[in-house]
Design a protein around this ligand. Structure first.
Ligand code: CTP
Length: 132
């Protein structure tokens, strides 16, 4: 199956690796995993701050992971439907912090939310480093 997922993937951590692994192996198959990473400008639009790593660095890091087959830049929420269609995705997967948010795409693919890895996020890592 062709799986698509989205995220910023800044300061790669175990929660990121776990969800990418679950996507790659979804339903016990060796799927093709396509990742849409938020461009620097889209990240700024969403969070009013730029990621620590540039979009080029984040893309290269993701491309080097064994679970990931291809990476593209996500530039806006409005284009999400086109990204799913262009990439011929069968399944759209996100962590369950997004539960219910993308159900509108069930008409063009299967939308699945998987459990997040507890107690870790990029935001939390930045906060911990700041306090040291
Ligand atoms: N994710 C996860 N478990 C975590 C953190 C993230 O499964 N502990 C998943 C998210 O649900 C999403 C993907 O990883 O599907 C990319 O999330 P992203 O927003 O880039 O990571 P966060 O660490 O949540 O970043 P931030 O703190 O900036 O929101």
């Amino acid at each position: 199956m062709r799986i698509i997922t989205f995220g910023t993937y800044d300061l790669i951590h175990i929660g990121h690796i776990n969800i990418l692994e679950k996507c790659k192996n979804f339903k016990g198959e060796e799927n093709t995993l396509i990742v849409g990473i938020s461009s620097d400008e889209f990240s700024f639009f969403k969070k009013q701050k730029y990621p620590i790593y540039s979009q080029e660095q984040r893309k290269k890091i993701l491309e080097s992971l064994i679970f990931v087959d291809s990476v593209f830049y996500e530039e806006s929420f409005e284009k999400k439907r086109d990204y799913i269609l262009e990439n011929k995705a069968d399944v759209f997967i996100m962590g369950d912090d997004w539960e219910g948010k993308f159900d509108e795409f069930n008409d063009i693919c299967k939308v699945v939310y998987l459990p997040r890895t507890p107690s870790i996020s990029t935001t939390e890592i930045v906060e911990v480093i700041k306090q040291k």
